[in-house]
Design a protein around this ligand. Structure first.
Ligand code: BES
Ligand code: ZN
Ligand code: ZN
Length: 492
């Protein structure tokens, strides 16, 4: 992690090896305007980054005066600077607008810049024999640039410690999810992830229960068991609990934790199998969230339920044509073993409802269709309660994650009908695949929890093999920032 310090001196007087100058909208009186002559000689107009070596200034383009672009720019600044030998840098605090809320309080921009800077440092190098050395250690934030917002600076100063802590916890736990998702599937088996969960729980004073095959059998979680049957590793249902005193609400988070998804007998093609270690992204996200919320001393009781399994092929693999009897008692006709996440989740959602939650949210890399529909960068929000979906969407967008609602409808539901069981695990048509997967899960939500449940399909952003926004190529920790924001702010 970078050392971040706040400096009251005017930007030019703050001491650092290099200055970071954001090139924002041209009509604003930001520092870069004074350097315009130099920039013109280099034909730099705010596209990407430009390092003026003579003056030791790194210019970073920011297309609009928008808090999310400042987060991304701060990340890009550190990502660029870490290749050089600078030990310290300074950056101005800019006053930004929030995209859909008009003016943005300075605290939001501060949080965005703090998290952006830290994200710039992330890399997954565990298996690289030669690690990239990082020289950058300290970044000073100069308040001078936000002089138009002087009245807000006092409030900001009062909250600074809290903000810095929140930024630190967010980054640390997004990175925790990223590290775990990036860990290759030969290492990150269900027992490995379960052990990580136990170690974290012990460190952070949380309760942690790990249930194996016998427990799943005893509870009748046959859909979950069928998916894991061909794996050399046992399934692990992990249940982590954060229980503060006088909690008002109980929030249960469920995560799809396929440590590998080769598709099973309905095997994936070679191309689509690559990156399927990321099919545990939902489980890793909820594990990170419950630990982060404990660090942030959230007021609500939070449970994380990780459905860890592996979808493989062997003589005892479950097959298309099998009929599974789920924990809820509903029978499922298997018509495609690659639609396995919904089978694991059906039983995990059943387990989760036994905990009697006030809010129930599942996170899953569930469908390729969600990626086709919304693009790689956006998660899909589904559920029966419009207000809850809106609250989650709002929290996600505020946190810097892209999410959009996908509506259920009764016509799509009919496509899941089975001739010989209560429901089929796929539809005969491909269209609307993200929604039909959500509707499948909805079948396992009891009447009293219908309005308390949300399903978040993170298949797009969970793992992308190139850098984007504040994410490096690989796992992004999708769902972590959104869910932290949702619990802390929306449920107050
Ligand atoms: N894990 C995949 C979904 C996925 C696809 C995640 C791409 C991340 C990126 C899931 O288990 C799956 O294979 N879904 C199938 C469902 C189909 C058989 C109905 C899919 O999306 O093709
Ligand atoms: Zn699959
Ligand atoms: Zn899957």
């Amino acid at each position: 992690m970078l050392q971040i310090k706040l400096d009251h001196a005017p930007f030019e007087q703050v001491e650092a090896d290099v200055s970071v100058v954001f090139v924002v909208e041209k009509n604003l009186n930001h520092a870069w305007v004074h350097h315009k002559k130099i920039l013109d000689t280099f034909h730099y107009e705010g596209e990407g980054v430009f390092l003026d070596q003579a003056h030791k200034r790194l210019y970073v383009g920011v297309a609009h005066n928008d808090v999310h672009l400042f987060r991304e720019a701060a990340c890009l600044a550190v990502k660029t600077l870490k290749k050089y030998h600078f030990k310290s840098a300074k950056v101005g605090l800019y006053a930004a607008k929030h995209t859909d809320e008009g003016e943005c309080p300075l605290g939001q921009t501060m949080l965005a810049i703090l998290t952006g800077l830290q994200f710039g440092l992330y890399s997954y190098e565990v298996y690289k024999s030669k690690k990239e050395p990082v020289h950058l250690q300290e970044v000073a934030i100069a308040l001078g640039e936000a002089k138009d917002f002087n009245h807000e600076i006092k409030t900001l100063e009062r909250n600074l410690e809290k903000l810095a802590h929140k930024a630190h916890v967010i980054v640390e736990h997004v990175n925790l999810a990223r590290d775990l998702v990036n860990t290759p599937p030969d290492v990150a088996s269900a027992p490995y992830v379960a052990k990580k969960a136990q170690d974290l729980a012990e460190k952070n004073g949380l309760e942690c229960f790990v249930h194996g095959e016998d427990y799943l059998k005893e509870k009748g979680m046959n859909a979950y068991l069928a998916v894991n049957r061909a794996s050399a590793n046992p399934p692990q249902l992990v249940h982590v609990v954060y229980k503060p005193k006088n909690a008002k609400k109980k929030i249960v988070l469920v995560g799809k934790g396929l440590t590998y998804d080769c598709g099973g007998l309905s095997i994936k093609t070679a191309e689509y199998m690559i990156t399927m270690k990321a099919d545990k992204g939902g489980a890793c996200a909820v594990l990170a969230v419950v630990n982060a919320l404990a660090h942030l001393k959230a007021e609500d009781e939070v449970h994380a339920v990780l459905g860890l399994a592996e979808n493989m092929i062997a003589g005892d693999a479950y097959r298309p044509d099998d009929i599974l009897i789920s924990k809820e008692g509903k029978t499922i006709e298997v018509r495609n073993t690659d639609a396995e996440g919904r089978l694991v989740l059906a039983d995990c959602l059943s387990f989760a409802q036994d905990l009697e939650p006030d809010i129930l949210v599942d996170f899953a890399t569930l469908t390729g269709a969600c990626v086709v529909g919304l693009g790689q960068y956006t998660s899909g929000i589904m559920g029966n309660n419009e207000t809850l979906k809106n609250a989650f969407e709002h929290a996600a967008l505020k946190s810097g994650e892209l999410m959009a609602k996908l509506p259920f409808n009764r016509h799509l539901r009919k496509l899941l009908d089975s001739k010989i069981a209560d429901i089929s695990n796929i539809t005969p048509v491909r269209y609307g695949g993200a929604v039909t997967a959500g509707l499948f899960l909805n079948e396992f939500i009891r009447e009293e929890y219908k309005d308390k449940w949300l399903h978040i399909d993170i298949a797009g952003p969970a793992y992308i093999e190139k850098d984007w926004d504040v994410n490096m190529a690989g796992a992004s920790g999708a769902g972590v920032r959104a869910c932290i924001e949702f619990v802390l702010e929306s449920l107050k």
